[in-house]
Design a protein around this ligand. Structure first.
Ligand code: C2E
Ligand code: CA
Ligand code: CA
Ligand code: CA
Length: 279
């Protein structure tokens, strides 16, 4: 870079300007949206094929931007992570999920549990355990009806620290799952030390499971591994009956995906649940 400063400068400057133009616009919008008015939680049911029961729902954030329309979390969560805004957004998400679940419990809508996603920076924030404890206490919800979904990426680096945080969360009593399982780097030595409840088998293993010569075996191996370690499994991104059948053959009966339902806004989710109870 030093040998050719001029070239380097021009290249870098153009790249930066484009990037920060996009990022700055969205970042200030994200700050403004942070009061909660533009955010909404959608809920996607999780089903156990063995009992045909809804075992829970995953809360997924939606951002209704006044001019850009719906902005995908895949777009703004990484930005929120980079800028530190994720703490406030995540706090809102967790409180809102608790508020919704408390309402459903009160109305007698039978939703066993609600899960919330935590990104790596939220997981590593020193305030996390205290925050979760105080919100759970204030909500009056039995803590084991709340679940946190974490990726392996949140837990690599300082394993001792990760184990301490996970134990702190288990002390509160919430359930823990590893999201996108199979795409990260958890070694078996670490996995057995994590006090988690569920492995969420990544969508990439489900997508091609019907055609692939290897993916059924991979899923089967994850299910066996989970069983040995005392964890449950659930497969995400299940879109077809054939995929569900292949998963069932590998003894993974818990599924989530468009086959059951897309993520739904609250009223539609409640209607979905009511329709299931009646039939
Ligand atoms: P994720 O946690 O892996 O969530 C699953 C994603 O797959 C969701 O995308 C969901 O809408 C989508 N999906 C569900 N079923 C199917 C299916 O059958 N087929 C396909 N192709 N996709 C399906 P979404 O809602 O756009 O969220 C994307 C990611 O953004 C999430 O991935 C999660 O990492 C993150 N995210 C979403 N909400 C939150 C949140 O409240 N907090 C944090 N920290 N991250 C969030
Ligand atoms: Ca998730
Ligand atoms: Ca996932
Ligand atoms: Ca994912």
């Amino acid at each position: 870079a030093k040998r050719n400063p001029e070239h380097k400068y021009v290249f870098y400057d153009n790249g930066m300007r484009e990037r920060s133009g996009f990022t700055l616009g969205l970042e200030s919008d994200l700050r403004r949206a942070g009061n909660g008015d533009e955010f909404e939680l959608y809920f996607q049911p999780k089903l156990d094929l063995a009992t045909d029961r809804v075992i829970g729902a995953e809360a997924l954030i939606r951002w209704q931007h006044p001019t850009r329309g719906m902005v995908s979390p895949a777009e703004f969560i990484p930005l929120a992570e980079e800028t530190g805004l994720i703490w406030d957004i995540g706090a809102w998400t967790f409180m809102e999920a608790c508020r919704r679940l408390a309402g459903w419990i009160e109305q007698g809508i039978p939703i066993p549990s609600v899960s919330v996603n935590l990104s790596p920076r939220q997981f590593q924030d020193a305030r996390l355990v205290g925050f979760v404890r105080s919100v759970v206490d204030a909500s009056g919800i039995p803590p084991d009806r709340l679940e946190l979904e974490l990726t392996e990426g949140a837990m690599i680096g300082d394993i001792e620290k990760a184990v301490t945080i996970l134990n702190g969360l288990k002390d509160v009593g919430v359930r823990l799952s590893i999201d996108d399982f199979g795409t990260g780097y958890s070694s078996l030595a670490y996995l057995k030390r994590f006090p988690i409840d569920t492995l969420k088998i990544d969508r990439s293993f489900v997508r091609d499971i019907v055609k692939s010569s290897t993916d059924p075996a991979i899923v089967g191996t994850i299910v066996n591994l989970a069983e040995s370690l005392g964890f449950d499994t659930i497969a995400e991104g299940v879109e077809t009956v054939e995929q569900a059948e292949m998963l069932r053959q590998q003894r993974c009966t818990r599924i989530q995906g468009y086959l059951i339902s897309r993520p739904l806004p609250v009223e539609a989710f409640e209607a979905f649940m009511r329709a299931r109870v009646v039939t």
